[in-house]
Design a protein around this ligand. Sequence first.
Ligand code: PMP
Ligand code: GLU
Length: 407
Amino acid sequence: MSSAMNLSDRAKGVPASPTLAITARVKALKAAGEDIIGFGAGEPDFGTPAIISEAAIESLQNGQTRYAPTPGTPEAREAIAQKLRTENGIDCSAADIIVNNGAKFTIYLALQAIINPGDVVLLPTPAWVSYKPMIELAGGVVREIPAGPDSDFKMTPLQLDEALAAGARALIFNSPSNPCGTMYTPDEVAALIQVIRKHPSIAVIADEIYEQLIYTEAPYCSMASDPEIADRVITINGLSKTFAMTGWRIGYACATDPDGAVIKAMTRLQSQMTSSITSFLMSSIPAALNGAKSDVEMMRRTFAKRAELIHGLIEAWPGVSCPRPTGAFYVFPDVSSTFGRTSPGGVTINGAMDFASALLDEARVAVVPGEGFLGCGPRHVRMSFACSDEDIKEGCRRIARWLSELS
Ligand code: PMP
Ligand code: GLU
């Protein structure tokens, strides 16, 4: 049957987010009463801290239900600027901030603001599934900088230098990384900044959404804390992961380029697209950033323990290697030693997609196959440890048994 309307080439070309698809599938299977252990969802399993919800409820009850300023209320923008100044060492003011409908849309707007058709955007891989489609929706061309488990999935300064020398408009830098679960140390960030200084026309989109969820002694280092490159960095962050607020859809960007051209451009784009975030959620931003620090620390400590637990269990699987997670809530084991083998249910495993699908069907455990993350991703699966200790133990037990039954 033919459709009454022709789809645009743009719509035909864009894939659905595989991470959201697997999350939806697991939720549906669980709702249908199936005994599934889900390592798919990239979202905290905690509730939003009460102080944040109360702020939003109060605003709603006080009638803050009209259109809000497109880039955010002055209070929300100032709270974000203050957070970035004090916690991230970024010299910025409220005028340098825009609040958007989730960090995902913030990245989309940033790319729409600075990328022209044909511009090359450097993407260290493996990388989160949405960067490539968003770069391409802006007309940009993705050039990968591949890294593997031997370097904790981090590009080297030399790789970056070579990629920049070949010409590029922007770099997307995501640390801690989704899907790799590893963070660049301050020394490693400093070495990359040295390279970026040498290439004055490159812009950096620094996705810092997992910046508070880190599990090493090393402190976090923001790209835009370096005064020499700060005016070329668009810092992206949001409330989704740090404050267990994925459904609220609150993200933000900071850019301190001369004249504020980037934030003004993003604001113009947003004014034609979504107008602003939901008005009565604006008050939850200062509430979260100023009032929920102890909740965040409690969640961080819990994630840190789970990181150790899941990594220890995975290390025991024969033939599977996996760097220790140092940030975000993901592990990204290399399962390629199973390729070419046959599952207990008779499926020949020819890649991560087959691995994940047979594992779900036969062991009732959901993981995200690595194909969508590019680079060496197809040899890996992503497991989120944003779930209980019991689920981690039971899920890993099921996987270990399933692995032992491969022929
Ligand atoms: N960046 C990364 C690396 C992510 O994993 C996510 C998760 N969705 C986002 C951005 C977007 O977050 P949100 O839109 O929920 O704020
Ligand atoms: N970022 C999360 C993930 O990778 C949420 C889903 C999405 O937005 O892709 O699972």
